[in-house]
Design a binder for this molecule. Sequence first.
Ligand code: AMP
Ligand code: ZN
Length: 113
Amino acid sequence: MAECIFCKIAAGQIPARIVHQDDQAVVFEDLNPQAPVHLLIIPRKHFMSLNEAAAEDRDVLGHIHLLAAKVAAMRGISDGFRTVLNNGARAGQTVSHLHLHVLGGRQMTWPPG
Ligand code: AMP
Ligand code: ZN
């Protein structure tokens, strides 16, 4: 999508601190980290949230979750990390390209608020 900032990161058109990329997904550092480790995992395919996901997106949705564990291991936070996928403005979604947050490196609290 032309005006989507995460599509532009995936296409290499704007800079990001990329930590992993493959044919389906890109992982990069969050610009405003909320924990010592805060990564974002995006599918290369543009869709806004789980509300827009279709059956054909099953594979990439699984892939980004497996990647979460992989990059958590790379960063040494396998003993405790949180994945967050905000769907819609009321859930706090600010960028309209589905993304999975991976947070860790500190004690997480519950409820998330
Ligand atoms: P959400 O609130 O779930 O939509 O999360 C969007 C996240 O994207 C926030 O944590 C932002 O800090 C992060 N973010 C926005 N723009 C960029 C960017 N250009 N590079 C890296 N992270 C970004
Ligand atoms: Zn996009």
